[in-house]
Design a protein around this ligand. Structure first.
Ligand code: NAP
Length: 341
């Protein structure tokens, strides 16, 4: 089969399309013929050597795919050849076939296309765990979401809006904010505008933030943290702005400066909480994974939510999709089609 391999860290072209042996399912596994691949920001970080969860190179990156079951181990029961499934993994998804434990191959919601299937799992589960499990969202909360036009961001805006919250969407471009507004955000703020702080003050003058889902770091983290209401909860889900190079001491300083930080005494005085989450911990915990999945899909179906597919790419163009995500120009999810159509 063909797969994109990462032999060395570097720019998008470092990914190399290679013929490798197709994996075979173990007794409890299903083999999935991959049709679509969801691109995640963590894979950009992995490629650059900035992701702590990456395995030793060389390896096949890729954290989520959608496709059809084409083979299964002898102990697997209740699954069908040809069934449409999606699944998350730490790596291995940039390939024409993957094998995973049968319980981790989740059935694609009936009315989702295969593009939507690859755009759903990681983004919606991340937003769900951050908002519902970590921040314990209440419908009366005012919720700020950063990088609101991206994959996780568009999922979070939809979930919080459907839950009844007053959503403040923050992003680095006006067209991303328009998208967030179309998904239910009541207020929008561009954090790359020169008057961002003043505008943020105007939005929060009468009412501060009960919950923040934060993925950027640096000034954006500080601006949100500084506007948390008493009993507010800020959930760190990422720090996209952090970029450092082993050979550049100035970048170490910038990374230290931009990393989210909190003084416990400040939080105690204001009665606020800083939380952080990584959904990678769901992968080895199938019971928890399935319970999150069941609550999430019930909510999504009840509210008619759908993942936002911002762009699609051919399998051979996968490095271009990385370049596009890194450029900050992308909206919604970037989906790579292994089988076109
Ligand atoms: N903890 C977890 O389990 C988990 C799971 C999934 C994703 N994440 C994190 O969630 C965030 C969003 O992931 P995603 O896959 O949905 O990506 P995405 O939001 O679709 O794309 C990344 C976005 O980050 C923003 N950004 C801010 N500073 C940036 C910089 N210096 N360079 C590039 N982008 C920058 C950009 O939006 P603006 O232009 O609007 O700023 C960009 O579009 C990432 O930080 C990712 O690591 C965490």
């Amino acid at each position: 089969m063909r797969a994109w391999l990462l032999n060395r860290t570097g720019p998008p072209d470092i990914l190399s399309l290679t013929d490798v042996a197709a994996p075979e399912p173990g007794p409890d596994d299903v083999a999935i013929r991959v049709e679509t691949i969801g691109i995640n920001y963590a894979e950009v970080l992995s490629r650059k050597g900035l992701y702590g969860w990456a395995p030793e190179r060389p390896y096949i990156p890729g954290m989520e795919v959608a496709g059809r079951i084409e083979a299964m181990g002898e102990a697997v029961q209740g699954r069908q050849i040809g069934e449409r499934v999606l699944c998350g993994m730490q790596y291995g998804g940039y390939a024409e076939r993957v094998c995973v434990t049968a319980n981790r191959a989740l059935s694609v919601p009936a009315d989702f296309s295969m593009d939507e299937a690859a755009a759903f799992g990681v983004n919606f589960m991340t937003a769900w765990v951050a908002l519902m499990e970590m921040a314990r969202l209440r419908p009366s909360d005012r919720v700020a979401i950063t990088a609101a036009g991206g994959g996780v961001g568009t999922a979070a805006v939809q979930i919080a809006s459907a839950f009844g919250c007053d959503v403040v969407a923050l992003a680095g471009a006006d067209e991303k904010l328009e998208l967030a507004r179309s998904l239910g955000a009541a207020h929008t703020l561009n954090y790359r505008a020169s008057d961002f702080e003043q505008r943020f003050d105007r939005v929060t003058v009468d009412r501060q933030l009960d919950v923040v889902l934060e993925v950027v770091g640096g000034d954006v983290f500080r601006a949100c943290n500084g506007r948390l209401a008493n009993f507010g909860r800020l959930v760190v889900v990422g720090y996209a702005q952090l970029d450092y190079s082993k050979w550049n001491p100035l970048s170490w300083w910038r990374a230290w400066h931009d990393a989210p930080k909190l003084k416990v005494m400040d939080a105690a005085v204001a009665s606020t909480g800083l939380l952080a989450t990584h959904i990678g911990y769901l992968l080895p915990d199938e019971e928890r994974l399935l319970s999150v999945w069941s609550a999430l899909t019930e909510f999504v179906e009840a509210h008619g939510l759908r993942p936002i597919v911002g762009s699609t790419w051919d399998f051979e163009e996968l490095p271009e999709a990385h370049r596009f995500m890194e450029s900050r120009a992308s909206t919604g999810k970037l989906v790579v089609r292994v089988v076109t159509g």
